[in-house]
Design a protein around this ligand. Structure first.
Ligand SMILES: *Cc1c(COP(=O)(O)O)cnc(C)c1O
Length: 417
């Protein structure tokens, strides 16, 4: 955000960027809990439907609370526009389906959130869309995976739960050379670690249910259009009409006016309000998530019962240099570690008192889970291997509690193993 005199820093943008004053001077965005919006005349409503006039019609297509959230999210990623959705999976499905058609291919990281892996491999394949999975940290493999049918490269900024850190600017360069967009899922890093624009992504998707919400109080997703990709291309004839009318906003227009409208996975106004509240404290929380995760990882590394710790912030982690290059000294709040076996992992989870055993990340509270038997339970050994999920592994989303209490909770549980 810039005003006439100043350009603001990230922490200031979180509070003020894209936020208009509310009615009667309200400092928060009003929750407009209305499914539909009345207009004075038939002519007015026709003008809105035909795009000659701006106005709200129906909450599946647009809502003032959600629109305010979208403006804030676009600012955070250095993007030009955003569409908020019902969930992170809704954001990924909607954004991907706006780009690919039957016969097209997606080149995706093999290290993915389970829902995304299943969407690509099981659901989209039934509609004639093929996904090739590659290790996104192997640039030669990425390059070799691109062919004349590829229409999209998809990866996670830090893989959940593999914790791998692809060189996104280098992958972005390969995408540019191939004339196809790069979509990144930045749920684990958030724009606090780096913006989509700085990373060189064309489209950023989020599960805003996680760190952006910050307290586990709402499910949501977002699609942010960085505005860099040129959709006027023989590879994307289905964008032609949108490009003619909306030029650089062709992607957002195709999402909003066609795919999002038709799929209908819209954000609820109450959730948009809660997510908007979360944005304001994102930097403060992420700072603590990052410092607590690093201290917890360092503690775990010294414990004889812990076989390994995977956190890009550790100096001996294979992705440490890659993470440093992209994210400075910030490595996020998620880490994984290994115990002797599944029995030990279960016993550890049953032994913690402060940390909660649940399927989420990004809450203010410390969370633990055994991925192999829960979020990845439907996958076979080969897929689990690709995702870096073993039977002995525990995933931790480090909360923002006092770090001494988190460490003590883990120490006591390790003691009873
Ligand atoms: C949680 C998550 C998703 C899915 O988001 P939902 O809001 O649960 O639908 C997608 N990607 C990543 C990296 C996630 O952690």
């Amino acid at each position: 955000m810039t005003d006439k005199a100043r350009t603001y820093g990230f922490e200031t943008l979180l509070i003020h960027g894209g936020l208009e004053p509310g009615p009667a001077g309200a400092t928060t965005v009003p929750i407009v809990q209305s499914s539909s919006f009345a207009h004075a005349t038939a002519e007015d409503l026709e003008d809105i439907f035909r795009g000659r006039k701006i106005g709200q019609v129906y909450t599946r297509v647009g809502n003032p609370t959600t629109e305010s959230l979208e403006k804030r999210l676009a600012v955070l990623e250095g993007g030009q526009s955003a569409v908020a959705t019902a969930s992170g999976m809704a954001a990924i499905t909607t954004a991907v389906m706006a780009i690919v058609r039957a016969g097209d291919e997606i080149l995706s990281s093999s290290s993915l959130f389970g829902g995304t892996f299943s969407l690509f491999r099981d659901t989209l394949s039934a509609y004639g869309i093929t996904t090739r999975f590659v290790d996104p940290t192997d640039l030669e493999a990425v390059k070799a995976g691109i062919n004349e049918k590829t229409r999209l490269i998809f990866l996670e900024t830090i893989g959940n739960p593999k914790m791998d850190v692809p060189d996104i600017p280098a992958v972005a360069q390969l995408a540019r050379e191939a004339g196809i967009p790069l979509m990144v899922d930045a749920t684990v890093t958030t724009p606090y670690l780096a913006t989509g624009k700085d990373l060189g992504a064309d489209i950023v998707v989020h599960s805003t249910s996680k760190f952006i919400n910050g307290t586990g109080s709402a499910i949501g997703g977002a699609i942010i259009d960085v505005g860099r990709f040129n959709w006027q291309s023989a590879k994307f004839p289905h964008f032609e009409l949108f490009f003619k009318k909306y030029r650089g906003f062709a992607f957002t227009a195709r999402v909003r006016k066609l795919i999002h409208k038709d799929f209908g996975a819209c954000a609820a106004p109450m959730n948009s309000f809660l997510l908007s509240e979360g944005i304001e404290t994102l930097a403060l929380r992420m700072e603590r998530h990052c410092s607590n995760a690093l201290k917890l990882a360092q503690f775990l590394q010294l414990q004889p019962k812990v076989a390994w710790v995977n956190y890009p912030g550790l100096a001996d982690n294979p992705y440490h240099q890659a993470a440093k290059k992209l994210y400075g000294d910030r490595f996020g709040g998620v880490l994984t570690f290994g115990l002797a076996d599944k029995v030990a992992a279960f016993s550890f989870i049953n032994g913690v008192r402060l940390a909660r055993n649940l399927a989420n990340i990004g809450d203010a509270k410390t969370l633990v889970i055994h991925p192999a038997s829960t979020i990845c339970a439907d996958f076979g050994p080969e897929e689990k291997g690709l995702m870096g999920v073993g039977e002995e592994m525990v995933r931790v989303s480090t909360g923002i509690e006092n770090i001494n209490d988190i460490i003590e909770d883990f120490r006591l549980s390790l003691d009873q193993l």
